[in-house]
Design a protein around this ligand. Structure first.
Ligand code: FES
Length: 63
């Protein structure tokens, strides 16, 4: 995965910023939104953000 790729254009949030928020303890869409602002403006990226959260949470849980 390209961690520099932007997932949320409204807030200029990258894949890597979602990963950082998850690694810092966020597990839900709401927590990641609070940490990064991703998905809080137009909402069109929310499905993609959720998919990333699911992936990063399962990666985190495997450590
Ligand atoms: S692209 Fe993420 S809120 Fe608009």
């Amino acid at each position: 995965m390209n961690l520099d790729k932007i997932v949320c254009y409204c807030m200029s949030v990258t894949n890597g910023m979602i990963k950082e928020a998850v690694d810092a303890g966020a597990s839900t869409l709401e927590e990641v939104q609070a940490a990064t602002g991703a998905g809080t403006v137009c909402g069109s990226c929310v499905d993609d953000v959720k998919r990333l959260i699911d992936q990063f949470v399962s990666e985190r849980n495997q450590k």
